[in-house]
Design a protein. Structure first.
Length: 236
């Protein structure tokens, strides 16, 4: 069963989006079409979406810092991410999937060849459901930096991956959240593939005042914007 939303999705400004093929990041050439995209009017295939996502993709692991009997190694953080549409209205019920490496820069994935140690008390993936205000919260540890194989010495800065299911297929968002004042941000090929400085800055989470968070965790606030104007109920 699908539902159709009646709202506008306009063209994107190219400099606010990562370039499809980025020099120094070889995988992008394999992930981007080699021919120009064909433009066509938006129809039900783009402006509809799957129903019952909260039933089919149930929440999983809202706390990545305590997967085992002991707490995971690393700086404890609380991520507060809010899902909104292009008008800034919250998108309640949005499914948000999260994954990141541990504090040593190691992913729990068989393809990760990094020789950094795994953490038996850390599982680096979660699935969350946005509340009425569009907010999801994740307790975890700050991910570490890690080297990119066969890249000539490029290291990824600490970052967290997000995949957001909005209300329709075209509002699907896959992005990365970065951290303030990380020296590797300036040289990261993925972050700097976004040419517009303001758009690039929106990929960096804001550190909240320490008095506003748990006594033993730093709080980072972030905003996830899905496509569509008037895609959600207006704010009062």
């Amino acid at each position: 069963m699908k539902y159709v939303m009646d709202y506008a999705i306009g063209p994107r400004a190219a400099d606010t989006q990562p370039r499809g093929v980025e020099a120094g990041y070889a995988h992008t050439a394999n992930r981007w079409p080699s021919q120009p995209l064909a433009r066509r009017p938006l129809g039900a295939s783009e402006l509809s979406g799957p129903a019952g996502l909260t039933r089919r993709l149930a929440p999983l692991r809202g706390d990545l810092a305590g997967y085992g009997a002991k707490r995971a190694i690393g700086q404890l953080i609380q991520v507060r991410a809010r899902v909104v549409d292009e008008d800034g209205a919250p998108v309640p019920g949005a499914i948000v999937e999260v994954w990141h490496c541990n504090a040593a820069g190691k992913y729990i994935h068989p393809s990760d060849s990094n020789d950094a140690p795994a953490d038996p008390n850390f599982y680096g993936a979660a699935r969350l459901v946005a509340g009425d205000s569009g907010l999801v919260e994740l307790r975890t540890v700050k991910p570490g930096a890690y080297p990119v194989p066969d890249s000539g010495g490029w290291w990824r800065p600490p970052h967290i991956h997000f995949s957001v299911w909005g209300r329709v297929w075209l509002s699907r968002l896959v992005t990365q959240m970065f951290f303030q004042d990380e020296p590797l941000n300036e040289h990261d090929a993925i972050l700097n593939a976004i040419r517009d400085p303001d758009a690039r800055s929106r990929c960096i989470a804001r550190l909240a005042p320490t008095a506003r968070g748990p006594a033993n965790a730093l709080v980072y606030e972030y905003q996830l914007v899905v496509r569509g104007r008037k895609a959600a109920a207006s704010l009062p």
